[in-house]
Structures are given as C-alpha cells and as structure tokens.
Design a protein around this ligand. Structure first.
Ligand SMILES: [Zn+2]
Ligand SMILES: [Zn+2]
Length: 176
C-alpha cells in the first residue's frame, strides 16, 4: 500500500476525489491540471502535518515530505533546457537543491528553486551533485566545455543552498 497515496485520497475527498483504479501518477497529473498551485500547497501542507504525526520511521517521513513538496511545486511554464537551450518538448523541472537532500539536511520548508533541463543535462546535473557530495570528480568526459560551464553555474547555486542548510545546522548545535 502506498501510504502517501492513501493520505492524499483522504485529503482530496472533497476537492478532487480519486477515481476507481486510478494510479497515483495519473492522479497526480490530473491534480496538477485541476488544482491551483495554492490549493496544491494547502493540501500538501495538510497531508504532511498528518504524516509527521503518523510516521516514526525516517524513510517513510522523507518519502512523504518529498511527495508533499512535489505536490506543492509549481515549476511554471516549460522552457528550453537551461544548459543547451534546446528540447523544450521534453525538458524536466529540476530542483536546484534536490528535495531528498533538503529533508536530510533538516529543511522544514521546501526550497522550490528550479530550472528546466533536457533529460541528458538533467542526468549530468545529478552526476555533478552526487560528485559534490561525495567529494570526487564528476564523470563528465566528452561533455563540451560550454555545457560544463553552464552545468557548473547551476552546481554553484546548489552548493550555496546546501551549505546554507549545513551552516544553520552548525549554528543551532552551537547555540543548543
Ligand atoms: Zn540540455
Ligand atoms: Zn533533478
């Protein structure tokens, strides 16, 4: 059973009931079309408030927190890839600071800063983020210099947001 889906079914009963046999992905797509961003944000906040009471395990809480943040997320109109300037028809919204990492860093309000990336540059962007976290060189052999440069710029923004969370954490530890 998908706990997040069960939660959403309960919260959405009056606003947008789930259809019989509807998958969560179909439902989410329908919800994104039918509800305004503020309605979605409101539902996400309510579902998360429930979940944090109900789920003791960190993994379950992370899953629900990320799902709630995605529900509230409004990337705006689709744009060409921020790196190559192409493939607008298939670009994906990328969180500059990935949501799961935000949860792990103890963020409470999701940071929804995002950009549009084509599938290739999206994949490369996550390779850069992983490399930054693991303190190793990213695997970018064969990626043209100009593209690396634009990927790095987005990476710098990620580091800024990520470090800010870590510094806050240290500050809290010190003042505790
Ligand atoms: Zn691209
Ligand atoms: Zn992404």
């Amino acid at each position: 059973m998908d706990t997040w889906f069960e939660l959403m079914k309960r919260h959405a009963r009056e606003i947008l009931p789930v259809r019989d046999g509807e998958s969560f992905d179909d439902y989410r797509a329908r919800m994104t079309q039918a509800l305004t961003p503020s309605q979605r944000a409101h539902m996400a906040a309510k579902a998360w408030a429930d979940a944090r009471q109900a789920y003791k395990s960190r993994v379950a809480r992370r899953r629900v927190w990320v799902a709630a943040a995605r529900l509230a997320f409004d990337p705006g109109p689709r744009c060409p890839c921020a790196v190559c300037g192409q493939y607008e028809c298939i670009t994906e919204a990328h969180h500059i600071y990935p949501l799961a990492l935000q949860f792990d860093a103890g963020e409470t309000q999701p940071i929804q800063e995002s950009c549009w990336l084509c599938p290739t540059h999206h994949r490369l962007m996550h390779e850069i983020i992983e490399a930054l976290i693991e303190i190793r060189q990213p695997r970018l052999e064969g990626v043209p210099f100009g593209e690396r440069d634009r990927l790095d710029k987005i990476g710098v923004r990620f580091v800024h947001l990520w470090r800010r969370a870590q510094l806050q954490d240290r500050f809290l530890l010190k003042s505790a």
